[in-house]
Design a protein around this ligand. Sequence first.
Ligand code: BGC
Length: 912
Amino acid sequence: MKQWMRRICGAMVILTFCRASFELAAEPYPGNEQFSRRAAAEGMVLLKNENRALPLQEGDRVAIFGSGQVDFVRGGLGSGDVTVAYATNLLQAAFAARAEGRLQLDTALAQWYLANPAVELTDGQLAEVRQRSDVALFVLSRNSHEGDDRSPGEGDYQLAPAERRLLERLAKAGFRKVIAVLNVGGIVDTNWIDEYRIDAVLFAGLPGMEGGPAVMDVLLGLVNPSGKLTDSWAVSLAAYPGADGFAASDDHVDYTEDIFVGYRYFATFDPARRLIRYPFGHGLSYTEFVLDDWSAAEEDGAIAVEVTVRNCGGLPGREVVQLYFAAPSGRLGRPALELAAFAKTKLLAPGEAEKIPLRFPVAQMAAYDDQGHSGHRHCRLLEAGDYRIYLGSSSWDAAARQIYCHRRESLAVTEQLTGYLAPKELPERLLADGTMEQLPVQPPPPPPCLPVRPDDCTRVEAEDYAALTGGSWLEYFYRPSGESGCCVAGWPDAGRKMIYRLEVAEGGRYLLRLRGANGNAEPIADALEIAVNGRLQNVTVASPATPGQWHEFIDLEPVEIELPAGRVELQLTTKGYCPNLDYFLIAPTAYREKLLACAGWPVAASGVRRQAQERGGRPVMFAELRQKPELLDEFVAQLSDEDLIWLVGGHEPNVWGGTGTIGGLEAFGVPALETFDGPAGVRLGRGLTTTQWPNSTLLASSWDVALVEAVGAAVAKEAKYNGVDLWLAPGMNIHRFPLCGRNFEYYSEDPLLTGKIAAAMVRGVQRHGIGVTLKHLAANNREKNRLRADSRLSGRAAREIYLRGFEIAVKEAEPWCIMSSYNLLNGVETAENDELLTGILRGEWDFTGVVMTDWGNNSRHDREIKAGNDIKMPAGVPDCLRAALAEGRLARPELERSAKRILTLILKTGKE
Ligand code: BGC
C-alpha cells in the first residue's frame, strides 16, 4: 500500500476504533445471500458455445484448472468491496455439486490446486488428469481497485505466461472439450480463445460472495445464461478509440474520440467488424430464440414496437430484445448505431412465446449541437432524413434487421439548452466521417492572487495554492475535537512544491509563520526552502516534533522574507521530511506582535444558545420540523453561522467502516445520517459482515431492470437492518476504456443502459427509505492521478455520453444524492463547477437533492457551496467557510441553501 494510503487508512482505523460501538454486529438481511447467487447467475454471459459444449452433461468428467478456482475473485477492491462472513469459490461450489451428485469432478486435481494454487502441473500430472477426465475447465481470475488503473500487460489484460503455457498444454492434451470461465471485472484479451480452441466461454464477472455456486448453476444448466455484454470486447486494447490518450498525460485526458465511445465507434468506423470479437449486447443461451411478428408505429411522439419472442429450443430460457437506431448523418454526424430501448422476456418454456412491447420518444434520437454546425447552437435537435430503427438480440444481430424508418422532412429543435461545460483545452475531436475537427483552445486564466495586507496580519489557507507539484497533495481529516479541516501534505520527501500567488500592496520585509504538524518523533531542523519569484530566501524553517497525530498543528517560529510589491509567486519546496501545513500567516515585520497573537477565526455560538440568550425563545426543534416541513425556513433562520458550517461538512462515522455522518446537529435534535459505501453491497468495517452482490457490470449484464430494482430493495432492507442510511452508490461512470481501474464498479459503455439500470437501482433502494448517491459526476473515467487529472471533452460528448446516464437516473428516479467526482472537468473541479451542479443538474434536470464531494477531494469548500455542492465529505473545512463569510466571498443565504437541502434529505429518510 502506498504510504499516503496507509496513513489515511491508519487514521480511519483509529477513528473507527474510537467511535464504534462494539455491540454492533452487522448481518446480511435474511435471504439476501441466496438472492445474490441468483442475481449473479442472471448476469453471466455465454460468449461462445461450440458444439453445445455447455451446459455440462451427465457423464462429463470435469477437471478444473487454474489458480482462479481457489483464488476466485468475489469482487473488486476499495469502496467497491464488502466485508463478508464467507465466500464460496468455484472449487468449493464444484465440491458441493459433486456431493449433490450433479458433477463428476477430478478431486485429485482439485486437492492438488488447493495445496498448490500457484504451482504449474508437470506433464506427468497432466497426462494422469487427462486419463481420469474428458472435460477441462479453465478459470481465469482478475481483480482491480480504485486509485489505480489496470495494466495492459501480462497477468492483467493479457494472460500471464503460466496461464498461456497451461492453455497451450490443455489444447494439446486432447480433452473432449475445453471450457473457460472469465472471473474478471472487465474486459480482458480474448485472442487465446480461438488460438487454443476453447469450446465454450462464460463471462462470470466478479460474482459476489455466492459467486462460485452461481457459476456452477450456469455451467450445470440449472440456470440458462441470459446475460448480454454491456461493452464491446475488441480484438486488442489498441483497437479502442481512447487507447492512445488514456494514460499519456498525468494531468489530463483528451476525449478526442468524442461521442464515438464503445460500439458507437466500432459500428461507425469498423463496418467489416474486424476489430470486435464479442459485440455490445452479445450473449448466447442454451436454447434458441426467434424474434418475429414485429410491428412498429409512431404514437404520441414515441416509436412503439411490439415483437414476439419465441423459445424454439429445448430448454427454458430468457432473451433480451434490443432496439437501436441510426440517425441521418446530417451536419452534425452521427454514430451508425445507438441503443434506443431494451426489454427482457420472462422465463420462456420450450415452445413458449411472449409479446414484448418497446417504446421510446422520438426526441430521444436528438443530437446536441455544441458548435452550431446545424445553425442551432446549444440545442438538441433532429436533423432531416431517415431514422432507421433496428431490432435484435445483440448490436450485430440488430444491425441486420431494420424494422422501421422514421422520416423527417425538416430539422426540428427538441430542446434549447446552454453552452455549459464547453472545453477550453481540448484541441480536436473525431467526426463521423473519420476526420478530426479542430476546436478553439483557450488556456484557463491564472488562478487569482491572494491579497497581502500592508498593515495587518494576512492568513493564507494552505489549500489556496495556485499549484501543487512534485507529489504534494491536499488532505481532509477529522480532528479529535470533532472539528475537521484540511491541509496540504508536503510529506514525506524532498522536492514537493506548493506554490501560492500573492498580491502584495507594499513591498518590504515580512514575517511568515507556518502552522504545521510534524507528527514525527524527531524534530526537523530544516524543513522547507522558501522562494519568492524564484529567489531563494535565506531562512531556516524548523519544525519541532509535534505531539500526537500528523494533523495536530502548532504555530512554527516566524521567518523573515522579502516580498516585492505587485504579483508575487511564493514557492515552498520540501527539503526532506516536512510537516503538513494547515495555513500560514504573513505580516510586515512591524506587526510581529499581532502576528504572534493571531489565532484563527472566532467560533460563534450555536443558534440554540443564541435563541435562549437573545430572544429567550424556544427554538424550533427537528422533531417539530418533521411534523411540519413548512417550518424549514424558520428552522434554518435560527441556526448560527457555526451551525450551518457544521451541517455542510461531514463528521465521524458511528459505525465501523461507515464512511461518515451527515447532520448530527445535536442542539437542535438533528439526527446524523450514516453514510456507507457501495456499490457491491452494504460496506461496513472489519467484523461487520453483510451481503456482497455481483459487481455492477455483471448486474447490468442481466439487462433486467426488475432484477436490479429487486437487488436495490434487498440492499436497502439490509441497510435498514444494520442502522445505516445513505448508500454511496450506484457508481455509473461510463466504461470509456477497458483499463480504468474502477470499471467493475460501473455498468456499461452505453449511457442509456447505464441510466436505466441506475434508475432501477435507485427506485429499489429509495422505496425503503434509504438514500442513494449517484457517483461520480462526471467523466471520472481514469484512476491514475484521479484527484488532479482534467477530463477534457466536448459539450456534445458530455451531454450525449458522460452526463446522459445521470440525466436519465435523475429524471426517472429522483435520487436523493449525487457525488461530484475527483477529476476536473474541462479545467474546473467538478465540486466547484457551477455550470455542472447548478446550471445543468438543478437548472435543466430539476434535481432537488444533495450534492456531496467525493472523499477528500481537492477543491475549496466555500467555492463548492457557491457552485451547488452542498456538503464536503468526509469533513468540511470550517475555517475556510468562516473566512469566506467574514470576507464576503460567501453569503449566508448560500450556506442556508445547502443546509436546507441537507435537512430535507434527513427528513426524507425518516431518521429519528
Ligand atoms: C471513492 C468513493 C467512495 C468514497 C468513500 C472515495 O475514495 O471514490 O466512491 O464512496 O471514497 O469511501
